[in-house]
Design a protein around this ligand. Structure first.
Ligand code: AMP
Length: 190
């Protein structure tokens, strides 16, 4: 069983590639952003409590996403493996994630980061905003804020996995299939 953190800034292609990895390897997949968006849509208490953060392009509170992941891990301890997309996004989340994994007899095998230059990210997100219906993709200032938040709070999580020799980077520029092949080459080494 492989547990893989798919990492990278907003617009790096994590969701697109995660779907392809699920189809090829039979992994389960969780996107914390997707879970939060579903909760907002369903107007649950959790959804309403985080709506404002998401619309500003800020991170939701650690405790909230950690609870989402704890619940997911508890229910996904068997099978081909799991792709964690959009989590962990802070060092505190990464530390708590390790505890959750250990408590469930699991471990993170690798963090694979997709690297993409900023201007390419902004271009992709604005394009996605035209038909994704995601408010946080439609406004360039929110997009820039999400990229700034990534640099200020999230990029450092790479150090956490580097220190455990679990961090690899994959060039996230190219065709979807080219990037997918690069990812598969890394996953097949695990
Ligand atoms: P994403 O779909 O990964 O781009 O996430 C969309 C939004 O959901 C982010 O801008 C955050 O507001 C929130 N979010 C998703 N995952 C996390 C996380 N691990 N920690 C905090 N906020 C998150």
């Amino acid at each position: 069983m492989k547990n893989i953190v798919l990492f990278g800034p907003p617009g790096a292609g994590k969701g697109t590639q995660a779907d392809k990895l699920v189809a090829k390897y039979g992994f389960n997949h969780i996107s914390t952003g997707e879970v939060i968006r579903q909760q907002i849509k369903a107007e649950t208490e959790l959804g309403l409590s985080v709506k404002a953060y998401i619309e500003r392009g800020e991170l939701a509170p650690d405790s909230l996403v950690i609870n989402i992941i704890a619940d997911y891990v508890m229910n996904h301890t068997e099978g081909a493996g799991n792709i964690f997309d959009g989590f962990p996004r802070t060092t505190h989340q990464a530390e708590e994630f390790d505890k959750i994994m250990t408590a469930n007899g699991q471990k993170v095998d690798a963090m694979i980061a997709l690297t993409v230059p900023d201007e390419e990210l902004i271009k992709r997100l604005l394009l996605r905003g035209q038909d994704s219906g995601r408010k946080d993709d439609a406004d360039e200032s929110v997009i820039r804020n999400r990229i700034d938040v990534y640099k200020a709070q999230t990029a450092i999580v790479a150090d956490f996995y580097s220190a455990q020799n679990k961090y690899v980077e994959v060039n996230g520029v190219g065709s979807i299939d080219e990037i997918f092949d690069r990812l598969c080459a890394e996953i097949d080494k695990l």
